[in-house]
Design a protein around this ligand. Structure first.
Ligand SMILES: *Cc1c(COP(=O)(O)O)cnc(C)c1O
Length: 369
């Protein structure tokens, strides 16, 4: 048996008729940038995420960047975030001219540890960017309480967590803004790059819409300096075609996650992912912890099972951030995670037999059956 890491081929077979119909609609309308299909997707995603407003943009990275711009965060400001995430989370803080301040993570959920945030708050701190890593939300009640005490904005990086809930509330609906990525391999992938900012704040949404289009107020009159952060209509046709299936796909991911949990329970040598009380993750990744991570990865490859490492180098140790002055050992929980995590294949088109084969292959590494 062969188990790839993801199967976009199978995913598109399920939606190809809708894709073709929506692409034809965009071509017929000639509204290639930020057209009516994009408007419709904004309304549908606002509803899906329990948010009042949605602003489609060019990528998940740009959703984060334009959030910072709309909040007026820039030079002299500090933004607290996690070192254990995709690069974009901190890259945008740097690009906005502000300083990323990294706070260590919880060992069990891999998300930012709220107990360590307050010690990092200074008079320059303006915002916190929690990341809902692998599809499980960060501890939002604790994070929002700290933000309220210090008057900070909260930008949820929900690029991996569309549809996840925290005590009944969906990702993107709790913070000042929530940011989605529709990169093709995300749980809801576009046909190209695209992203979205969600918010409950109508005035903030108006600012985001202006900044998305070079800060233009009325035609060729620019109230502020924004950028070209518009979403491509053709890329968003993929999102529009898949959104009606997302809830069912998410159910399947949760079922596969529960099956892995059951099959790997009691397998000495790996730790299966912890789920926070009252949280429903969406399993963008199913991530094990294993002391001999690289050995397990090679063993799986030998059995035609793909796996991935997210992420092998923490952001505070990235060469580009050397000027921030961090060294190895500063954020030990995240650094240990970067040595031990291994993501197994998980996608809606995966068969139960494939899940069982992957779990059996993991167990075989430890000599268990
Ligand atoms: C994918 C991702 C992003 C960036 O999204 P793009 O659409 O690729 O720009 C940001 N943060 C996290 C956690 C991601 O996984």
């Amino acid at each position: 048996m062969q188990v790839p890491f993801l199967d976009l081929q199978a995913q598109y077979e399920a939606v190809i008729d809708d894709v073709n119909r929506l692409v034809a609609e965009v071509v017929a309308s000639r509204a290639f940038c930020n057209g009516p299909l994009v408007r419709r997707a904004e309304q549908e995603l606002a509803a899906y995420c329990g948010c009042a407003e949605a602003v489609a943009v060019s990528s998940g990275t740009d959703a984060l960047l334009v959030s910072l711009m709309a909040l007026g965060i820039g030079p002299g400001d500090e933004v607290i975030t996690t070192p254990f995430t995709f690069f974009a989370t901190a890259g945008v803080v740097w690009r906005a001219g502000a300083r990323p301040v990294f706070v260590d993570i919880e060992a069990d959920t891999f998300n930012i540890d709220p107990a360590k945030i307050e010690a990092a708050v200074t008079e320059r701190t303006r915002a916190i960017i929690p990341v809902h890593l692998y599809g499980q939300m960060a501890d939002m009640d604790a994070i929002m309480a700290i933000a309220d005490r210090h008057d900070l904005a909260v930008i949820e990086d929900a690029a991996q967590a569309i549809g996840a809930t925290y005590r009944g509330r969906p990702a993107c609906s709790i913070g000042t803004t929530g940011c989605l990525s529709f990169y093709p391999t995300k749980n809801l992938g576009a046909m190209g790059d695209a992203g979205m900012v969600l918010t409950q704040d109508a005035a903030l949404a108006a600012r985001l819409r202006q900044l998305r289009n070079h800060g233009q107020g009325s035609t060729y009159i620019h109230d502020s300096v924004g950028g070209n952060f518009r979403a491509d209509s053709l890329a968003m046709a993929g999102v529009a075609a898949k959104l009606p299936r997302l809830a069912a796909w998410t159910d399947t991911l949760r079922r596969h996650g529960a099956r892995y949990d059951a099959l790997l329970a009691g397998c000495d040598g790996v730790t299966t992912p912890a789920v926070r009380d009252g949280c429903e993750p969406v399993y963008h990744q199913y991530v094990l912890r294993c002391a001999d991570r690289d050995g397990l990865k090679a063993h799986l490859a030998g059995r035609d099972v793909a796996s991935g490492v997210y992420y092998p180098l923490c952001l505070h140790l990235q060469p580009c951030f050397a000027a921030l002055g961090y060294s190895a050992g500063d954020l030990p929980v995240a650094e240990q995670a970067s040595r031990e995590v291994l993501a197994l294949p998980i996608y809606p088109e995966m068969t139960d037999e494939q899940v069982e084969y992957v779990a059996a292959s993991v167990k075989a590494f430890f000599g268990a059956s």
